[in-house]
Design a protein around this ligand. Structure first.
Ligand SMILES: [Zn+2]
Length: 453
């Protein structure tokens, strides 16, 4: 009875459907965003998550579980499960808890509606938010220590039809020092990036959709550039990791401190290296390009599908073609794929049907290059989540050569520029993904998922 309010929520039927759909390699994200759906076992991952949290939340002794303890345990267990986000979604009769692990949402379990308000109030107290405010969205932060590691949780609470929801983002990267190689960059791509960041000025852009690891790539480059001899200032929204030795400024729309304003402010202090969290408007684009032209190394992100689309995007934002060709050192395109678990992955050959299916998504050239290659299948064991463990990037690194410079000046289409880049030897993200699939780092399903989900 004590356990009755804690029900595991799972639809076996839907999970099966998901893995069946995944065979096609191009299933759409299901409406509630749940489930890993790429040929591995999404049920297993959800079960692992729910099982661990469930065991921890199980009432003991007097059967009375305080909400304080519940929230603490939820955060601790989510951290141990390597979740990046915790979503609390109220529905009519329950409070659904979902975890994002390695980029994929899992329906983890449900809490009774009766404690919904108490849970939200407890989180508000922890995040220093107003507990008497229920009608507007609020943002806050919680500082936690788990296993002797300090990190922040970014909290956002907003009113919904069934009451306030909550999203907690675990920013646990603060004390991690990555090397670019650990992020999955190939030797060839590393060489291009090295070239780009050793130039005294110019732009380095990381491109990709939300959640593709752009910011981590830029932070890693910044850590590499971060020496006593240089001044680095950033303007970010939000500040995801704080790095010693850097001056980091938080964008604040309410006080009018936008990316553009922040950038102008930074330039007056004449740093050597600048990072702007994102270029998303004409004004920021204009200032950023000018800064790159006048002796600063400028790092930023662009929300585009791939590296070469950075060019038409900058043109759209009113940047003159000659300014692009004279400032863009390199544009990196990327996605994050889940990494196969070394303990349970299994070698496999593609069937004829799978190869035929691939032809719908991938060029003949890539298929021919991988003919007869061994790939791997995700299996699942108790060391991993459905055959996967953590994530790694797949990348493309776009450099401008004389032919491409000519195309940019002519304001050629994105497709033309991409074609020319590939002709000049750029390994595309998809090709990089195939290489990692053949190397047993990830699966082909996973590579296709990140492009066609
Ligand atoms: Zn495993």
């Amino acid at each position: 009875m004590a356990f009755s309010w804690f029900r595991k929520k799972k639809s076996a039927a839907r999970a099966n459907q998901d893995s069946a759909k995944a065979e096609s390699g191009a299933d759409k994200k299901s409406e509630n965003g749940s489930g890993a759906k790429n040929g591995n076992d999404p049920k297993q991952a959800a079960k692992n998550a729910a099982g661990a949290v469930g065991a921890a939340l199980k009432p003991t002794g007097d059967q009375k579980l305080s909400v304080i303890k519940l929230v603490d345990t939820l955060i601790q267990q989510s951290y141990r499960l390597r979740a990046s986000d915790i979503h609390l979604d109220p529905e009519e009769n329950l409070l659904k808890v979902r975890l994002r692990i390695d980029g994929v949402m899992h329906d983890s379990f449900v809490l009774p509606k009766s404690i919904h308000q108490e849970v939200i109030t407890r989180i508000k107290v922890m995040a220093s938010m107003r507990t008497d405010e229920h009608q507007t969205a609020q943002d806050g932060r919680i500082r936690v220590t788990i296993e002797e590691k300090n990190f922040d949780i970014r909290v956002s609470i907003a009113p919904t039809y069934y009451g306030e929801n909550c999203v907690m983002r675990l920013l646990s990267g603060g004390d991690q020092a990555f090397a670019l190689k650990d992020l999955g960059f190939s030797d060839e791509n590393l060489e291009k990036i090295e070239r780009a960041i050793t130039k005294p000025y110019g732009m380095i852009l990381a491109t990709g959709p939300t959640g593709s690891g752009k910011t981590t790539t830029l932070y890693t480059i910044l850590q590499k550039l971060n020496t006593k001899e240089v001044v680095i200032i950033t303007v970010e929204d939000p500040i995801e990791y704080s790095i010693g030795g850097l001056e980091q400024i938080q964008v604040n729309e309410r006080t009018g401190l936008t990316f553009a304003k922040g950038l102008r402010f930074i330039l007056r202090q004449d740093p050597d290296i600048i990072m702007v969290g994102e270029i998303r408007d004409d004004e920021t684009a204009g200032i950023a390009v000018n800064a790159a032209l006048t002796g600063h190394l400028m790092l930023s992100t662009l929300h585009t599908n791939d590296s070469t689309t950075a060019i038409p995007r900058l043109l759209d934002m009113g940047v003159e073609p000659f300014l692009i060709t004279s400032t863009l050192n390199v544009a990196i395109g990327q996605r994050l794929v889940r990494q196969l678990c070394g303990s349970c992955k299994k070698k496999k050959k593609l069937t004829k049907a799978e190869i035929d299916n691939l032809k719908r998504f991938v060029s003949e050239k890539i298929i021919a290059a991988n003919e007869g290659a061994d790939f791997y299948a995700a299996v699942g064991c108790n060391e991993c989540s459905g055959g996967y463990k953590s994530r790694i990037g797949i990348h493309e690194v776009f450099e401008i050569d004389s032919g491409i410079r000519e195309l940019i000046v002519q304001k050629a289409s994105g497709d033309k520029i991409r074609e020319a880049a590939i002709k000049s030897g750029m390994i595309t993200m998809l090709e990089d993904g195939f290489k990692k699939a053949v190397a047993g780092v990830t699966t082909l399903e996973e590579v296709l998922r990140v492009f066609y989900e």
